[in-house]
Design a protein around this ligand. Sequence first.
Ligand SMILES: Nc1ncnc2c1ncn2[C@@H]1O[C@H](COP(=O)(O)OP(=O)(O)OP(=O)(O)O)[C@@H](O)[C@H]1O
Ligand SMILES: [Mg+2]
Length: 468
Amino acid sequence: MYDHTYGYDPLHGKHEVIVSTNACVSDVREALEPAYLYSLLRLTKKLELAHNYDALIKALADEIQIVTGYNTAWVYLLGDTPNIAHLLVAQENVGITDKLPSLDINNDAFLQEIAAADHIVIVEDARTDPRTDKEIVEMLGNRSIINVPIHLADKKIGTIGTGSFGDEGVRLPSKEQLDYFSAMASHAAVALDRLRLFKERLAAEQAKVELQKQLAHVQRLESLGLLAGGIAHDFNNILTVITGNIELAELELDADAPSRPFLDHIGLASQRGTDLCNQMLAYAGHRTAQPEPIHLSQSLQEMASLLEVSIAKNIQVQYLLDEKIPTMHGDIAQIQQVMMNLISNANEAIGNRDGTITVSTGRLQTDQTFLDQLSHRYNAVPGDYIFFEVCDTGCGMDQQTREKLFDPFFTTKVSGRGLGMSAVLGIIQSHQGALSLDSELGDGTTFKVLFPTTSQTVSDANNDQTAL
Ligand SMILES: Nc1ncnc2c1ncn2[C@@H]1O[C@H](COP(=O)(O)OP(=O)(O)OP(=O)(O)O)[C@@H](O)[C@H]1O
Ligand SMILES: [Mg+2]
């Protein structure tokens, strides 16, 4: 039976060239006995139905066994990657999309020769051949080994291997059997090419579906952005009227007027409404930016006392701030909103447990490879960046949450509105920044936000302003 394991290398051993396969397949067929011809007919039918490598190798192995008596067969597929062969062993490789075990033939001269040979290569007795790896022969019980090249047009795409093992003893194939193997290899070539095309079509279809999904997602987000931006804008105007009128009403009232608390409540609710609008406007990129040079570490220090009151007592906050980082150019209110949103999410992810939030800043030189690995990089180009990182020891996220995390109105919290992270993205995008996310369920979360640096310092900007 076909009882080899992955990585099995039946090719170690001496070989010699017995037969050239330059002969035309139809010449070979004419010379074959009926038993071989019937076998090839059966094989054609089986290969037509073979929709995966497993069925293909099984069809080859069955026919080899029936007509030649060799009980084992395998195929080496030579892919487009040089020096890599993929091994198919009957009953081991299931499904066309499965990753085939691959062998690096770089350090295996014999396997390299088999891969390069245009003729059938035969090892008569693997035990006595001086070039055989005796350990492998001992382990696998190799006796005779036959390797038949598979050609597709003028390209070699693999080899069919068969041979005898253990008690089967040394057994060389007859001339007719070799002709039969050659004919079989040309049938296998067509079937393998069909499988390759089938696999490519499958991959192309999957890629198309994936692209359509992404496109639909982007379109959905775009229209949500438009909607959110439009609503937030109108709503903001309404809220301005409300807060303005509260202030006017308060002016008219005595300090101890009984209706004052009601006005205070309206004021608080209006403030929450304004915050919400700001998040929506940030997500939609509709907020008017007031760019100035920003020193991330200094901004965080300024926010520290504000953060302290909003973070639960069971949570320790560590600051690893690099004082020497250059500045970035941006809207300070929006950048602080990014910091607040990330830190409050970290706080909520830890919840009632004990935990730590580490907030760090630093400088980073990025190249294209680095940027390509980031989950969100928008128009970021390689260069000098400063970063701001929030790392928490909270609940972390599963894949489903990671995929939806930035969608507006996506939340897993009872009282969440799902706008924090979409606002973060909107702000990062409008600041030519980038973001990376690292999170596993039960294993905390790290967000790293990158912004391009400027050469201007905060004091330069202050001087500029005084000069004006
Ligand atoms: N640090 C984090 N750890 C674990 N999950 C997180 C973290 N940050 C965000 N999430 C997940 O992403 C979801 C969306 O976050 P987002 O900030 O957009 O909304 P929210 O926090 O639920 O509501 P809000 O609008 O009040 O911010 C969260 O509900 C949570 O499931
Ligand atoms: Mg949030």
